[in-house]
Design a protein around this ligand. Structure first.
Ligand SMILES: [Ca+2]
Ligand SMILES: [Ca+2]
Ligand SMILES: [Ca+2]
Length: 387
């Protein structure tokens, strides 16, 4: 399996010059993590003040937090992570149940930082942090390099019509410009037991070069529409989940589809490109689970990032592929890192901690960005990731 990791790791290196959008944090939402000892008394309910009939009052069972909620006119307070009966024990072990997202009326950046500071000093709060906006890492330079030049002995594989343009995989003109993929393919071309979660824009799961590589949740595919057939908390999640709109239908997005194609476009099918782990022509490459966090508009979806890692781990993915980053250099959301830690520790295990799938423990890959900066950009800078 290490060979698969290497193949995917190298695939990230091949991604070209990238840029990131300007720094920013949400002006309407922020996150808190309760202290464990405060959780038993925490019981958030929303009341509507009768004085004017409009102002919401979020009561929590914790007096000092009620006061903060009232002072800053908190409009909504809800769990950041979906509660799961099946995986409750390991969710609680990782403290996922302690995270909440709070929503207020839009304020200035300076004001929301002051509000977050006030929550940080509350005796019931372990962490209060902003929602740092994220953006996909996008190509900004087109290469004129060419590739696909086969060596003697390579004849016949792969036969994909666009392989000659995949200079990042195979290139005999510019030394070091490729990943010399055919040497890797001599060892391993992919493995359908490996499920790769593409946490990105939605993957075009009907695409002629991707349809056969999509992960399929059989219980839902063969189940009843509108029913959560596998009782995983997500209704009709056949190929993944659309966290952007919180629904089952995946909206195809160029960026996510591109990333999925690099990994697992069906190889040797005479169509399109060859995926790096797209199999040998028998549709036996790795499988793609689409965890959609971006749309074509690339707006940030607070909360979906964290939840995507949990969904992926709890539903069989063992590799999480990410081509996005925080837009604020050097800063990160601890909730995102907690979700990454969860994936790394729990992927490949069932709810009873029994090994399932091709490997135990998940591998998280992030694009490091390529904007010629020495500044750390998270989550790629997180020390336990491949990047
Ligand atoms: Ca389901
Ligand atoms: Ca269903
Ligand atoms: Ca192909």
């Amino acid at each position: 399996m290490k060979k698969i990791f290497l193949i995917l790791y190298v695939s990230i290196i091949t991604m070209q010059l990238w840029a990131q959008k300007s720094n920013s944090i949400s002006n309407v939402q922020f996150k808190i993590k309760l202290k464990q000892e405060s959780f038993s008394a925490f019981a958030p309910i929303t009341k509507i003040k009768t004085t004017n009939g409009k102002t919401k009052k979020i009561e929590t069972g914790l007096e000092s937090m009620n006061n903060l909620n009232e002072q800053f006119q908190v409009e909504n307070l809800e769990a950041l992570f979906l509660q799961s009966d099946k995986f409750a024990a390991r969710h609680i072990k990782h403290g996922l149940h302690l995270w909440y997202m709070l929503t207020i009326d839009s304020v200035s950046t300076e004001q929301i930082l002051q509000i977050i500071a006030a929550y940080s000093t509350n005796p019931n709060v372990e962490i209060a942090e902003p929602v740092i906006l994220k953006s996909p890492i996008e190509p900004v330079v087109k290469s004129k390099l060419v590739g696909g030049m086969k060596r003697s002995g390579d004849e016949g594989f792969p036969n994909d019509v666009l392989f000659s343009k995949q200079w990042g995989l195979k290139n005999n003109r510019s030394v070091g410009a490729d990943i010399d993929v055919q040497r890797a393919w001599a060892i391993q071309k992919g493995d359908p037991s490996v499920i790769v979660a593409v946490i990105d824009g939605g993957v075009d799961y009907r695409h002629q070069d991707l349809a056969a590589s999509m992960w399929k949740n059989d219980a839902e595919a063969k189940g009843i529409a509108g029913v959560d057939d596998d009782n995983n908390g997500f209704v009709d999640d056949i190929h993944g989940w659309n966290f952007k709109d919180n629904k089952s239908e995946i909206s195809p997005v160029d960026h996510g589809t591109h990333v999925a194609g690099v990994i697992a476009a069906v190889s040797n099918n005479s169509k399109g490109i060859a995926g790096i782990a797209g199999g040998d022509g028998s549709e036996n490459g790795v499988k793609i689970m689409s965890c959609q966090i971006f749309g074509n508009d690339f707006f940030d979806i607070p909360g979906g990032y964290e939840q995507a890692f949990i969904y992926a781990a709890d539903n069989g993915a063992v590799i999480a592929l990410n081509s996005w980053g925080e837009t604020k250099d050097g800063e990160y959301g601890q909730s995102v890192l907690d979700a990454i830690d969860y994936f790394i520790e729990n992927a490949g295990y069932d709810e009873n901690n029994n090994p399932v799938g091709p490997m135990q423990g998940g591998l998280v890959v992030f694009a490091a960005g390529n904007n010629s900066t020495e500044k750390p950009t998270y989550p790629a800078f997180y020390k336990i990731l491949l990047r």
